[in-house]
Write a protein that binds this ligand. Structure first.
Ligand SMILES: Cc1cc2nc3c(=O)[nH]c(=O)nc-3n(C[C@H](O)[C@H](O)[C@H](O)COP(=O)(O)O)c2cc1C
Length: 187
């Protein structure tokens, strides 16, 4: 029996997509009577990160840029890799990325399997979710990044998007189903 049902959802997000996914997972867990704490690893200094000992399970997420996780969520995983390896904590991993739109298997290989291989542990659950591409006026993407991203999406050919709007290409049913399965794991 677990002492509590407290989950840490720790994320790194450059443009906000992984942040929103994390908040949504927390809401879904709440509906299932599971308390969680959402932690922005970039905003909160490392010395103020809570210890994972305070939680029964952890979910760690990152946005992908140029094939890479953000460094903060990687740091959290590295810091706790022994506890994870010893199966002291239930662990879930997720990413927000565009590769998943073309090739979900490749997305999982590149952005999840590789990091688990590197750290020599296997998460109990892991999944790759879709991206947000914000091409609206209020986008946080710089001019050049916007241009390059639009060109990249045009090249890939089969992704429908609006070059003047915020494109939410995440599958919220997939995210819900991931959260519900994770909830099952800790019950
Ligand atoms: C400059 C830039 C580079 C990106 N590089 C990749 C990439 O290498 N692979 C990928 O699958 N997605 C890539 N993406 C898509 C992002 O992963 C996607 O926008 C994601 O939602 C970002 O998450 P975040 O807002 O939490 O940082 C890139 C996006 C941008 C803007």
């Amino acid at each position: 029996m677990m002492s509590t049902n407290k989950i840490l959802i720790a994320y790194g997000s450059r443009y906000g997509s992984t942040a929103e996914i994390s908040e949504k997972i927390s809401i879904i867990l709440k509906e299932l009577n599971i308390e969680s704490v959402v932690l922005d690893l970039k905003k909160i200094k490392e010395k103020h990160w809570p210890s994972i000992d305070e939680f029964d399970a952890i979910l760690v997420g990152s946005g992908i840029k140029m094939g890479r996780w953000m460094k903060e969520p990687q740091k959290l995983l590295k810091k706790n890799k022994d506890k994870i390896k010893n199966k002291e904590k239930i662990l879930g991993l997720f990413v927000s990325c565009s590769t998943v739109l073309d090739d979900p298997v490749k997305a999982k290989n590149e952005y999840l399997d590789k990091i688990m291989d590197k750290l020599k542990f296997k998460a109990d659950m892991f999944d790759a979710f879709g991206p947000v591409f914000d091409f609206s006026e209020t986008s946080k993407l710089g001019y050049l990044t916007k241009k390059l991203s639009i060109a990249g999406l045009n090249d890939s050919g089969n992704i429908e998007f609006d070059p003047n709007a915020r494109n939410d290409l995440r599958d919220w049913d997939q995210i819900r189903s991931f959260a519900e399965k994770f909830a099952e794991l800790i019950k």
